[in-house]
Design a protein around this ligand. Structure first.
Ligand code: NAD
Length: 470
């Protein structure tokens, strides 16, 4: 056993762990990074990156079928499925050097390609190494949940971890779970020529504003994805050449492939957390607002810490841990300014409170302003008039913004900035947006907040009349 010591030992080389390791090493700390699986973690290898690459391919296929209103005759795209997966693999390979062992070693990080397990409160074993560190950061992420549905273990089932390896076109993809993973992959596969059925136990995209989610779901359905809500899967079996999925009341759906996307579980099994006195709860490792676990020397960040499961959240956590572990600064996690996007077409984006959440929190003090994509000239030119923004405002400040429509993931960013910095609606209204852009929607919705105050204010009208007399 080789004995190693470090200021910081990071367990997991996904988005969160890599950000901590890079930041800490560049600030002069001695850092050991432990990773038993692929460098880059879920986001690079099985999540954000491959899904967005596949969605981009699907968008091309869709464009070929939907140009008629522009005067472009639709054609049935010829999709080479293996080649679309090659595209996905190339995108991953292009980003991989940034997350590679070589890059981290160049930054001065010692990288150990083994899974680690705690043997005491301050020592982790990984392969033949016993690592003692002043601080540990657990950044081991999460994995797809395989629910205890009878029969699921007897059929071949896909998750986000292996669906991007498929070389052939799934003839009929059945998706269990209508969350963001299920719906994004359902639409992409439909556009690439598969028949797709989504079985959702409750409501699809249930975390989102229902009015806006309905727009994204309606379009996905209009493209031919069958989305069945209130369809809790009870049993799965092998059928003639396919997979049978049984939902309540004797309903059975049969498809060629099955994707399970019913949520994620924290990766804690290998860590032997008991030895380190790190406590867990249902969501994952229990942390305080500073991301410290029940063992004060050990932090947990990203998906394994059980909060919002986004790459950008893990990166944000990394910044907090660096401030705390390296500089002793009392940084605390906030979530009010963390955006999220579901990459359907149209996209669905949210930051801060939804209308329902804001109403519960702020009651009568809440004002909701809205603006339709149909009122935006660029959206008209692009024939992308389906969409809408809602901004939740309390005492002149936005507390939430929800957007469904083209580029919603880009448009949400100004609201993420406004909320992160406590800006008022006036800051957005004061901005001059270039014409004609979709981004003008943001300025116009801020205008919608001020116009009743200006145009329906009797005092102001009287003032204007008075000034005209001089
Ligand atoms: P999820 O928890 O968001 O959704 C899972 C859905 O599966 C739920 O709606 C649930 O009702 C349904 N379900 C559970 N058991 C079922 C059953 N037996 N039969 C039918 N339906 C069932 O999970 P997800 O979509 O796998 O996403 C996991 C996490 O990853 C989430 O936290 C999500 O925010 C994150 N993520 C986000 C994005 C994004 O923001 N673009 C993309 C991918 C993943």
């Amino acid at each position: 056993m080789e004995r190693l010591t470090a200021d910081l030992c990071v367990i997991g080389a996904g988005s969160g762990g890599l950000s901590v390791a890079a930041g800490a090493a560049q600030m002069g700390a001695r850092v050991i990074l432990v990773e038993g699986g692929r460098m880059g973690g879920d986001c690079l290898n099985y999540g954000c990156v491959p899904s967005k690459a596949l969605i981009a391919a699907a968008r091309h296929a869709h464009a070929m079928t939907s140009g008629a209103p522009f005067g472009i005759a639709p054609v049935v795209p010829v999709v080479d499925h293996a080649a679309t997966k090659d595209h996905v693999a190339r995108v991953i390979a292009g980003i991989a050097p940034h997350d590679s062992v070589e890059r981290f070693e160049r930054l001065g990080v010692t990288v150990i390609r083994e899974y680690g397990r705690f043997v005491s409160r301050d020592t982790l074993e990984a392969g033949d190494n016993a690592i003692r560190a002043r601080r540990f950061v657990i950044a081991t992420g999460s994995s797809p949940v395989i629910p205890p549905i009878p029969g699921l273990d007897k059929v071949s089932c896909l998750t986000n971890e292996n669906i991007f390896d498929l070389r052939e076109r799934p003839e009929h993809l059945i998706v269990i779970g209508g969350g963001p993973i299920g719906i994004e992959l359902a639409q992409a596969h439909r556009r690439l020529g598969s028949r797709v059925t989504v079985l959702e136990g409750l409501r699809a995209l249930a975390r989102e504003d229902p009015e806006l989610a309905a727009v994204a779901l309606a379009r996905t359905r209009a493209e031919g994805v069958e989305i069945i809500e209130g369809a809790r899967v009870e049993r799965v079996s092998n059928g003639d050449g396919g997979i049978r999925v049984h939902v309540g009341e004797g309903r059975v759906y049969e498809g060629s492939h099955l994707l399970v996307a019913v949520g994620r579980k924290a990766n804690t099994d290998r860590l032997n957390l008991k030895a380190a006195a790190v406590q867990t709860d249902r969501g994952g490792i229990r942390v305080d607002a500073r991301l410290k676990t029940s063992n004060r020397r050990i932090y947990a960040i990203g998906d394994v810490a059980g909060g919002l499961q986004f790459t950008h959240m893990a990166n944000y956590h990394a910044g907090i841990v660096i401030r705390s572990a390296l500089f002793g600064l009392p940084a605390r996690v906030r979530t009010a300014h963390i955006p999220r996007v579901t990459y359907t077409d149209p996209e669905l984006a949210q930051v801060g409170l939804t209308e329902d959440e804001a109403r519960q929190r702020h009651g009568d003090r809440l004002e909701v302003v809205r603006f339709d994509y149909a009122e935006n000239d660029r959206a008209r030119a692009e024939l992308a008039t389906e969409g809408l923004i809602k901004v939740m405002v309390v005492k002149g400040r936005p507390v939430g913004a929800s957007i469904v429509g083209a580029q919603a993931g880009e448009l949400i960013q100004i609201w993420a900035m406004a909320i992160a910095n406590g800006l008022k609606m006036g800051a957005i209204a004061a901005m001059v947006a270039p014409y004609p852009t979709l981004g003008e929607i943001n300025k116009r919705v801020a205008g919608a907040y001020f116009s009743p105050r200006l145009f329906e204010n009797p005092w102001l009208r009287r003032l204007v009349r008075m000034v005209q007399r001089f």
